[in-house]
Design a protein around this ligand. Structure first.
Ligand SMILES: *[C@@H]1O[C@H](CO)[C@@H](O)[C@H](O)[C@H]1NC(C)=O
Ligand SMILES: *[C@@H]1O[C@H](CO)[C@@H](O)[C@H](O)[C@H]1NC(C)=O
Ligand SMILES: *[C@@H]1O[C@H](CO)[C@@H](O)[C@H](O)[C@H]1NC(C)=O
Ligand SMILES: *[C@@H]1O[C@H](CO)[C@@H](O)[C@H](O)[C@H]1NC(C)=O
Ligand SMILES: *[C@@H]1O[C@H](CO)[C@@H](O)[C@H](O)[C@H]1NC(C)=O
Ligand SMILES: *[C@@H]1O[C@H](CO)[C@@H](O)[C@H](O)[C@H]1NC(C)=O
Ligand SMILES: *[C@@H]1O[C@H](CO)[C@@H](O)[C@H](O)[C@H]1NC(C)=O
Length: 914
């Protein structure tokens, strides 16, 4: 490589002179860097010192002063202003360029003014004067430079050796030379459109530059001028200007071939490499191809000759037709750059190459052919990868997003659609950092805990949680800092949910299930058959539900709805209760909680779903009866087992004389256990025995709808646990019976509303909202039309026990009490379809504003005044006044019949609660 040949002393002198004369500043250190590559001035500015600034270059002509560099000037004068692959401004100039001081074709100097301003108008610009020097003496006979914006040929004007070869093509221009003016250079262009002979000054107007130096002439031509032609040489398009320069002075005629030809393409790309091909032999430049000899091929990158291309993985190849340089994409010396094109992320690779080919042919001695070329690959789309390095054991999402060049940065991130700046993200607790993958690539790591509120969580399968992290990265890409978004979704399923296990146990009358409350209603719900086990169901079915901080404890009375009787025998019941744990959304059953116990129970009736009735009847009569003689209506139906006080019957509703009737929504199957008195056969007079007469009515209530829908009773209780409910009512003809008759036959019902038309069925839970009144009707049955019923004392309690406390009086001595927590209001009774004698009915609406009870009972002591009783009915009239009258006639009271009715339970349910 040629280097500066001036003595240090002379340079300094030159410098100092400039500085003092022009009063201009010297460039700051590191701002400008220059070298002499072969015969080209090569100057580079540091882009970092130009950040946010504007700059201009001026060429400093030693005589004419500064000339602003523009594109037109550049191609005519042999200058190039461009950028290297790193974005640093680059200025190149041929030593044969304009305004270059040439000393004997050996020493060259060019001074450039670099103007830097903070304004695009270049106001208040600072000017740095920068002189460059080149020493170049190893000129080849012909030198051709193919620059980015011009082609230049220079030829030594030595008289060539005498040759006998007259076939040389350019000799054909000889006739033209006759007209060449004396002492004037003229140029003859040969192009497809014909020949054109012009003066040097006219050539200058066409963009050419022609001149001579001490020992050379040169022609500089722009690409694609009118006089040029494009032809394909070995598959590469060449732009060619065929010209002859002529000089005539008296007896001297000088004709110089100044033909120049430069490649305009020849680059090709694969995914992994770029290849630049230049023809080895360019026919228009090699007139006698047979004598062509390639002497030297050099390649260079970024202005530097590469002596051993293979060390950098470059490939320099040549054969008779081609010289090829192959550079792997991403190889050292070039630059990868990120960018966004059409919304797609990708990279390009650029490299500044040059090629220098030296050859000889007999006639021309040596030709040095230099091509300088900056090559950029087409946009190569890249798909960034999101790598899932999640650590389930640590409950941590770890995702790597890459691979990116250093010119890509992460500027923001959205997690679960919530945008965060990087600072906010760090502050929130997301970890975000960059790690290098290779010396050039990097990736962004994001760490987010599964338990972060912005992570989506979904309960899946039996005991698993699906954690989903939604990320939307905002990247700043490339030198243009284009914003680009990329979203990713990572999920991880781990079994981190423990399914609850229930514990079941029993006491003498109840079954219990203790179920952990963790996840209840969030992940799963409890179901009784197909019904959600909520507070309403619990109340309706007569269960009790209690919770402590960890468990829900269900108490299920043995004879409550929902209990399955697995085995029922004499005084023994094996009962089971099942609750299903189901997923909240899908209702899929995850687990069955069961409690199963054996109970000893002396008296019960169980109405099985298959229509079988099991009765364990307790018969306490005085004197005791012989249990073996008890029977059902069909006297062939005898007890299956018995002992002194108990008899066990088991029969189907279709047998043993069982009767059926409808009662509201229910079908009631009834039979009767009775005891047959012993009679002596053949005697007309009944024998008086000590055996008491005994009757026990057993009834089973089945919901008519279910029974009808199912068409038949099913024998599998698990699929259809629709047990009926049973009652046993004893009736005795002896003492007990008579005593009953002494009491009034009064019944109470609860009406659905104040019309007193529809009533709640017996054995059906009555549910009321706290604000709804309870409509109570009391009816006197089987009395003569003149009798009149009075509600003497009525009160509300939470229990069916007559003596239970607390109690709230609602009527006292037939009068409504004001100011109590529970208030009764008497509703009028008129004759209607149900009411023949309004005096046999009393109706109350019981309300409260402050419910204290979950279940309430209304108790009433009633009295009946009858005109047919032995005492006059008169004093027993009216309600409130009656008590005063009664007080006045205390004796009357005993004459009136008294009774007691109980209504309830009425469950007070807040529908908001489960
Ligand atoms: C040719 O070079 C000489 C000496 O450098 C110069 O004075 C002259 O202007 C140049 N002519 C053209 C046409 O560039
Ligand atoms: C020379 O190399 C080029 C490109 O590698 C190839 O296309 C051509 O066929 C080669 N020519 C000869 C003569 O081998
Ligand atoms: C990511 O964020 C950008 C900018 O807010 C938005 O345009 C884009 O739709 C988001 N992508 C997804 C998948 O949410
Ligand atoms: C991510 O990694 C976790 C842990 O190895 C794995 O469970 C999960 O299936 C992976 N897949 C996706 C798509 O996130
Ligand atoms: C989750 O359920 C599977 C079977 O469905 C079981 O093997 C596993 O042990 C359970 N894991 C936990 C944590 O409960
Ligand atoms: C809650 O009740 C369950 C079942 O009786 C019992 O096992 C548990 O220890 C109780 N928890 C607390 C905190 O008292
Ligand atoms: C309710 O009435 C009964 C009978 O009249 C009476 O003994 C009792 O004291 C009354 N209770 C209240 C709280 O008023």
């Amino acid at each position: 490589m040629e280097s500066v040949g001036y003595s240090l002393c002379r340079i300094w002198l030159f410098f100092l002179l400039f500085w003092l004369v022009q009063g201009r500043q010297m460039a700051p250190p590191g701002f400008v860097e220059s070298t002499c590559r072969s015969r080209i001035f090569w100057m580079k500015l540091n882009k970092h010192l130009l950040q946010g600034k504007f700059f201009q270059l001026e060429i400093n002509d030693p005589y004419a002063g500064p000339i602003l560099l523009d594109e037109k000037l550049a191609s005519r004068c042999g200058y190039v202003l461009s950028e290297d692959v790193w974005g640093n401004p680059v200025f190149r100039a041929s030593v044969l360029g304009c305004h270059v001081t040439n000393e004997a074709d050996e020493l060259f100097s060019l001074t450039v003014n670099i103007k830097v301003s903070s304004f695009s108008s270049m106001r208040a610009a600072v000017t740095y004067t920068y002189p460059m020097y080149c020493s170049y003496s190893s000129w080849a006979s012909r030198e051709i430079v193919c620059e980015e914006n011009y082609m230049e040929v220079s030829v030594k004007t030595d008289v060539p050796a005498v040759s006998n070869d007259y076939t040389v093509a350019w000799m054909s221009v000889l006739p033209e030379t006759q007209n060449v003016a004396y002492q004037l250079w003229q140029l003859m262009f040969v192009s497809p459109s014909g020949r054109k002979r012009i003066t040097v000054s006219d050539a200058g107007k066409l963009g050419y530059s022609f001149n001579n130096t001490l020992s050379r002439v040169y022609l500089r031509a722009p690409y694609h001028s009118n006089e040029s032609d494009v032809s394909l040489v070995s598959g590469v398009n060449m732009n060619m200007v065929t010209s002859t320069s002529m000089y005539r002075q008296r007896w001297l005629l000088l004709l110089i071939d100044t033909t120049v030809s430069c490649p305009v393409d020849g680059t090709s790309f694969t995914d992994t490499a770029l290849t630049w091909t230049v023809p080895s032999v360019i026919p228009t430049l090699v007139v006698q191809e047979s004598t062509f000899m390639s002497k030297n091929i050099l390649m260079g990158v970024d202005g530097q000759v590469i002596v051993n291309p293979e060390e950098k993985n470059y490939l320099l190849e040549h054969n008779e037709t081609h010289i090829g340089i192959t550079i792997p994409i991403g190889a050292e010396g070039g630059q990868l750059k990120s960018s966004i094109s059409g919304g797609v992320y990708g990279v390009t690779y650029s490299i500044d190459l040059f090629l220098e080919h030296t050859w000889t042919v007999a006639d021309w001695q040596t030709t040095k052919y230099t091509v300088i070329r900056s090559i950029t690959t087409p946009f190569m789309p890249q798909i960034p990868t999101v790598t899932n390095n999640t650590l389930p054991e640590e409950r941590l999402f770890n995702i790597a997003f890459g691979h990116f060049l250093p010119d890509v940065s992460l500027v923001a991130i959205a997690i679960g659609n919530v945008p965060f700046t990087l600072r906010e993200a760090q502050h929130h607790g997301f970890r975000i950092y960059e790690t290098p993958i290779s010396n050039r690539m990097k990736e962004f790591i994001l760490e987010v805990s599964f338990d972060d509120p912005y992570v989506l969580k979904e309960y899946v399968n039996r005991n698993e949680t699906k954690y989903t992290l939604l990320v939307n990265y905002t990247l700043s890409v490339g030198p243009e800092m284009t914003l680009w978004y990329h979203s990713a979704e990572v999920e991880c399923v781990i079994a981190d949910i423990e399914l609850p296990e229930a514990v079941g146990y029993c006491d003498e009358e109840n079954l219990y299930l203790a179920i952990p409350t963790f996840g209840l209603h969030q992940y799963w719900n409890l179901y009784l058959g197909n019904k959600l086990l909520n507070r309403l169901i619990v109340l309706t079915n007569g269960y009790l539900a209690a919770t402590n901080s960890t468990h829900l404890i269900l108490q299920i009375p043995l004879f409550a709805t929902g209990v399955i009787y697995e085995d029922v025998s004499f005084q023994k019941i094996k009962a089971r209760f099942d609750v299903a744990l189901r997923k909240v959304r899908t209702m899929e059953t995850l687990q069955m909680f069961s409690v199963s116990c054996n109970f000893n129970s002396s008296a019960f009736i169980i109405c099985h779903p298959d229509g079988t009735i099991s009765v364990s009847a307790q018969m306490k009569t005085v004197p005791a009866i012989d249990m073996s003689k008890t029977k059902l209506r069909d006297s062939s139906c005898k007890p299956r087992e018995y002992n002194e006080g108990h008899a066990f019957f088991k029969f189907h509703i279709t047998t043993c004389g069982t009767s059926a009737r409808f009662e509201g929504d229910y079908i009631v199957y009834e039979n009767e256990i009775s005891y047959e008195k012993e009679t002596l056969p053949g005697q007309s007079v009944p024998t008086i025995t000590r055996d008491p007469d005994y009757r026990l009515t057993v009834s089973c209530y089945y919901r008519a709808k279910e029974t009808l829908v199912l068409g038949a009773f099913t024998s599998d209780p698990s699929t259809s646990p629709h047990f009926g409910s049973g009652t046993m009512v004893a009736r005795s003809n002896t003492v007990a019976y008579r005593r009953t008759r002494q009491a009034l036959n009064v019944i109470s019902r609860v009406s659905k509303d104040d019309s007193f038309v529809e009533f709640y069925e017996p054995n059906v839970a009555i549910l009321k909202r706290p604000v709804e009144p309870v409509f109570l009707e009391v009816e006197l049955k089987d009395e003569n039309p003149d009798a009149e019923l009075y509600l003497e004392n009525c009160w509300v309690t939470g229990s069916l026990d007559f003596n239970s406390t607390p109690r709230w009086n609602i009527t006292v001595d037939g009068c409504e009490i004001k100011g109590s927590v529970y208030i009764a209001e008497v509703c009028p009774v008129a004759v209607g379809p149900r009411v023949r004698h309004p005096s046999h009915f009393k109706r109350l609406a019981v309300r409260t504003l402050a419910h204290q009870l979950e279940q309430m009972y209304v108790h009433c002591l009633v009295t009946v005044c009858s005109p047919t009783s032995i005492l006059p009915a008169g004093p027993c009239r009216g309600q409130c006044s009656s008590s005063k009258e009664r007080k006045a006639f205390p004796g009357h009271r005993a004459a009136n019949l008294q009774g007691y009715v109980l209504a309830g339970p009425v469950w007070i349910v807040d529908p908001e609660l489960r």
